[in-house]
Design a binder for this molecule. Structure first.
Ligand SMILES: [Zn+2]
Ligand SMILES: [Zn+2]
Length: 151
């Protein structure tokens, strides 16, 4: 049981490059830690993924963040999970509004981010405040830890 963490990391990284947002590419996926089932995955981006709807303006390109997009796409599966047994893997640390969405969706108990260079300390603090486990992924080193925690 469980899931292949390295495969997920590879997938999320590749997915981020497919975002149609002109500002940056970010991606997430949500996985049931117990069954290994992938619930959803998504990039950041505009409504309907229509490229013209991203204005490209630095602080307001109009795109929805990948965390919220991924939660929306898990709307039929995520809410059925018990015990906050889902993990979200994201290419970067979340902003505060996205961290709030992760808390409020009610089924994510762990958050793993891949890119340490992005600011997101306030979002991570918000997750921790509500008891969500936060990890930074070090390539090639987290697999064991993750398997241990996925029981
Ligand atoms: Zn955009
Ligand atoms: Zn965000």
């Amino acid at each position: 049981m469980g899931y292949n963490f390295d495969d997920c990391v590879e997938y999320v990284r590749a997915l981020a490059k497919k975002s149609v947002c002109k500002r940056r590419g970010v991606a997430c996926m949500i996985i049931n830690k117990v069954s290994g089932e992938t619930l959803s995955w998504s990039t950041n981006g505009p409504a309907g993924d229509v490229p013209e709807l991203c204005s490209g303006i630095k602080d307001g390109c109009g795109c929805i963040h990948s965390e919220v997009n991924t939660i929306l796409k898990a709307r039929n599966t995520g809410p059925c999970l018990r015990d906050r047994r889902a993990v979200m893997i994201a290419t970067r640390a979340p902003c505060v509004p996205c961290a709030s969405a992760i808390v409020n969706c009610g089924y994510i108990g762990e958050f793993i981010y891949l890119d340490p260079s992005e600011p997101g300390a306030d979002g991570l603090a918000m997750l921790r405040r509500f008891g969500i486990q936060v990890r930074h992924h070090n390539d090639g080193k987290s697999d064991q830890q993750l398997k241990a925690s996925a029981v």
